[in-house]
Design a protein around this ligand. Structure first.
Ligand code: FE
Ligand code: CA
Length: 554
């Protein structure tokens, strides 16, 4: 949509919201805490960082951008009681490596209003979109009212973005009565349409948690895989190889964000994102790649992947990567109702045991020196639980936390990529949860492309042992193609794992409603993703009562 040139009150170009200034300030802070090794790594990777007033790149007159630069949509994320992050990335030619903007800087106006017509604009400003960051814009809007719905949009020259809807968290210490959220994961573009996102955009939730595999590194052919695009709608050749470079990862985000259902979900709700493996490479572990490449080559790839991730997500400058390092684990509060401890179980993990093949636990996987979180994140999590005053302690993360046996025979094989492959690490987390005395523990999980509901047991091998909390896996948006309600291993899994209360193999998301008395989970599924337009159904519903953990079917 092309509109008349906006007339807005003028504002000092170096507003405190300017993301570049904040990033520069943070860079100085962080450097004090870098170890020698980390500093060497950071220096080797810190290139093209735009500094205040130092960029040699010309600033384009945004009025002269010939095509809509808002093709990748908009997003908001990480709501706090007084602030929310707004995101966009300019790309008038989204399938070109430079997005069609060359190395030019673009001034982008942003507006936040209390109404969708922008009659009452409460915050506004200008941010610069730099080529060095893929022409992305991250605005940390501060000074907002708590527990409030806001509308936002961007302008570049005469172009105006779609309107997004977002909200702030309730005030600190406020006894918020309810929170509705959706957990999503695993959106392999080439496996099907994002129909579940179309439904989620219409769903009445406050927040969307993305638990990883936002994109996949694998080649995408001209037909877009299972989407089966025909002549005229086919994809260019730039996607038909595995992503390894910054240009590759940026283009892949452009492909994914070209999907209108994904853009609609972002415009409708604030997202809280964390990654899993495929944003970088399948089943990598810390600095250890799946592929057979030298470690320094993999770290360069990881740096490219992490940078593109930051550029394409509504994240604060605290999450901005330094070379191959990015602090993605973080904590959010929803009044006294919920604390979210959002984990990163990829960046700091030990290499998978037993060659990352399904295997029974043994000395190699049970080695207490191994970790899924890294020592620092583990300490941070348990300290955060000790300090928590929240009714619900929600742990959004990536891989199955609960024990999941693959076989009816003993010893059963389990996944070496999930917490089952890191049992000492899991034991430390369970002990930490128990000693911190968190009563209402909810683990939210992606990765497995199916919906599960688990009781988290004190001893997974003893069904009579205490239930400590509950875990929901949110299936996938598209990965795994259509799927079926009862996959072939359904009976085996349900029998081998008595704490597994629900298993469904179709695509969709989990809708979660947290209240003061209970939490309710609904498994939302679509019958197909290889054809567009499937209806949404509820495959199963459970409640777990506050103070009495354990799944009860509804
Ligand atoms: Fe996945
Ligand atoms: Ca995964």
């Amino acid at each position: 949509m092309r509109t008349g040139r906006p007339r807005l009150p003028s504002q000092h170009p170096f507003s405190p919201h300017d993301t570049v200034l904040r990033a520069a300030a943070r860079h100085v802070d962080r450097r004090r805490f870098l170890t020698v090794a980390a500093a060497a790594a950071a220096l080797a990777f810190t290139t093209n960082r735009p500094a205040r007033g130092a960029s040699a790149a010309p600033e384009i007159d945004a009025a002269r951008i010939p095509d809509d630069p808002f093709t990748l949509g908009i997003a908001s994320g990480d709501p706090l009681p007084d602030s929310v992050v707004l995101w966009t990335r300019l790309a008038p030619a989204p399938f070109e490596p430079d997005g069609g903007l060359g190395d030019q800087r673009v001034a982008v106006r942003w507006e936040v209003a209390v109404d969708e017509y922008f009659a009452i604009v409460v915050k506004q400003g200008t941010a610069l979109a730099h080529a060095e960051y893929g022409h992305s814009v991250h605005v940390d809007v501060e000074g907002l009212l708590s527990g409030t719905v806001y509308y936002y949009r961007f302008r570049a020259g005469t172009w105006i973005s779609p309107t997004g809807r977002t909200r702030t968290a309730p005030g600190q210490g406020l006894d918020a009565s309810a929170l509705r959220l959706a957990a999503v994961a695993c959106q392999a573009y080439h496996d099907g349409y994002y129909t579940a996102y179309r439904h989620l955009a219409e769903d009445d939730v406050d927040l969307v948690l993305h638990l990883g595999d936002y994109l996949y590194e694998y080649p995408v052919n001209a037909a877009g895989g299972e989407r089966r695009y025909t002549a005229g709608a086919q994809l260019p050749d730039v996607f038909n190889h595995e992503t390894t470079t910054l240009a590759d990862y940026r283009l892949r985000y452009s492909l994914y964000k070209s999907d209108p259902d994904l853009r609609a979900a972002h415009a409708a709700h604030p997202f809280v994102v964390t990654w899993d493996d495929h944003e970088t490479e399948n089943n990598y572990a810390g600095g250890v790649p799946e592929s057979d490449v030298p470690p320094e080559q993999f770290l360069a790839r990881r740096a490219a992947a992490y940078r593109a991730y930051w550029e394409n997500q509504p994240l604060r400058s605290g999450q901005q990567p330094q070379g191959p390092d990015m602090r993605l684990y973080r904590r959010l509060q929803w009044g006294t109702l919920a604390q979210f401890d959002i984990l990163d179980t990829r960046q700091y993990r030990s290499d998978q045991a037993y060659g990352d093949k399904p295997h029974a636990p043994g000395p190699e996987s049970d080695d207490p020196a191994r970790t899924l979180t890294g020592a620092e994140q583990e300490r941070w999590l348990i300290d955060g639980w000790r300090a928590s005053t929240a009714l619900w302690n929600v742990m959004p993360q990536q891989v199955c936390f609960s024990q999941r046996k693959f076989d009816l025979t003993e010893p059963s094989r389990v996944s070496m990529d999930a917490w089952d492959g890191y049992r000492a690490s899991r034991d430390r987390i369970v002990t930490g949860a128990r000693s911190a005395g968190i009563a209402n523990w909810l683990v939210l999980t992606g990765d497995v492309h199916v919906g599960y509901a688990f009781d988290i047991k004190d001893d997974f091998d003893d069904p009579a042992s205490r239930t400590l909390g509950t875990e929901f896996t949110c299936t996938s948006i598209a990965s795994g193609k259509d799927g079926t309600a009862k996959p072939p291993n359904w009976n085996t899994y349900m029998t081998a794992n008595p704490h597994l209360k629900f298993y469904d193999g179709r695509r969709g998301y989990v809708r979660l409603e947290l209240g003061r008395q209970a939490a309710r989970a609904d498994f939302k599924t679509v019958s197909a993703v290889t054809t567009p337009g499937a209806a949404l159904t509820t495959a199963g519903s459970f409640v777990t009562e506050a103070g009495a953990p354990g799944l009860q079917p509804v």
